[in-house]
Design a protein around this ligand. Structure first.
Ligand code: PEP
Length: 250
C-alpha cells in the first residue's frame, strides 16, 4: 500500500540556530498522528542535529543530495555511508536545482540511485519538465526518459525504496502551480509508465509526490487527486505553521 508523504526541502536555508527553532516549532505544533508521513531535508551541516532532535518523533530526516562514490578524493562531497552514520536513511536525488546548477544528468543520477540503494537508503527521486518542454508538448516524453535513464535498470525489489516526486521546473519557487488536473494527468502517466515496465503491483505501491509552489491554500485540491500521494515542499516548508497546514491537508 502506498503512503501519503509530505516532505519539506529546506534547501540552502537555515543555520544551526534557525534549524533548531524550526524543529522546535514543528515539534510543538505537529499533531500526534498526522495522516501523512512527514519528512524534512535540512542542509548537510544540520542533519546530525535534526536527526537527534527528531528521533523520538515520527518525522523522517532526509538529505538533499549525496555523492555516488563511497569515499575518496571528492572534495566537498558526502557519501551514503556518512549520511547513515548520522542517522539519515533517506535522500532526495535529481532535484531540478541539482540538475540545472550542478550538471546532474540522468546517467549520473542512475549512479547515485545505485549507491543509495546499495546502502539500503530510501530515495525521493525528482523529475519534471521545463516550460519549453511543456509548450512543445514534449513533457510526457521528457519525464519518461528521466525515469527510464535513472531508474529503469533497477530490479523490481528496489522499488520499495523509491518515492517519486514530479516537480515541473516552471512551478518551483515561482508561485505558479500546476493545476490539479495537470498534476493528476502527469501522475497517472507516470504510474502507467512504471506499471508497463515493472507491473501493476509496483506501480500501485509507489508514492508519487507533487512539488512546485504547494502552499496551505492549494494543498488540499492537489492532494485530492487519486494519483497524487503527497508533496515535496520548498518555500512553504520553512514556516512550521504553513508546512503543518499542508501536512494536515490529508
Ligand atoms: C522544491 O524545491 O522542491 C519545491 C517544490 O519548491 P517550492 O515549493 O518553493 O516551489
Amino acid at each position: 500500500m502506498r503512503k501519503n508523504i509530505v516532505a519539506g526541502n529546506w534547501k540552502m536555508n537555515n543555520d544551526l540556530a534557525e534549524t533548531q527553532e524550526l524543529i522546535s516549532d514543528l515539534k510543538k505544533q505537529m499533531v500526534k498522528e498526522p495522516n501523512a508521513t512527514v519528512m524534512v531535508a535540512p542542509t548537510f551541516t544540520n542533519l546530525y542535529e535534526a536527526f537527534q532532535s527528531l528521533k523520538d518523533t515520527p518525522v523522517v530526516v532526509a538529505a538533499q543530495n549525496m555523492h555516488q562514490n563511497a569515499s575518496g578524493a571528492y572534495t566537498g562531497e558526502i557519501s551514503a555511508n556518512m549520511l547513515k552514520s548520522v542517522g539519515v536513511e533517506t535522500v532526495i536525488l535529481g532535484h531540478s536545482e541539482r540538475r540545472a546548477y550542478f550538471n546532474e544528468t540522468n546517467e549520473l543520477l542512475a549512479e547515485k540511485v545505485d549507491a543509495a540503494l546499495e546502502n539500503n537508503m530510501t530515495i525521493i527521486f525528482c523529475f519534471g519538465e521545463e516550460l519549453e518542454d511543456r509548450k512543445a508538448e514534449k513533457h510526457f516524453d521528457l519525464v519518461a526518459s528521466q525515469l527510464k535513464e535513472s531508474l529503469y535498470h533497477l530490479p523490481k525489489e528496489s522499488w520499495k525504496n523509491i518515492i517519486l516526486a514530479y516537480e515541473p521546473v516552471w512551478a518551483i519557487g515561482t508561485g505558479e502551480t500546476a493545476s490539479p488536473e495537470q498534476a493528476q494527468e502527469m501522475h497517472a502517466f507516470v504510474r502507467k509508465n512504471v506499471a508497463d515496465k515493472f507491473g501493476e503491483e509496483v506501480a500501485e505501491d509507489v508514492s508519487i509526490l507533487y512539488g512546485g509552489s504547494v502552499k496551505p491554500a492549494n494543498a488540499k485540491e492537489i492532494f485530492a487527486n487519486k494519483d497524487v500521494d503527497g508533496g515535496l515542499i520548498g518555500g512553504a516548508s520553512l514556516k512550521a505553521a504553513d508546512f503543518l497546514e499542508i501536512v494536515n491537508a490529508f
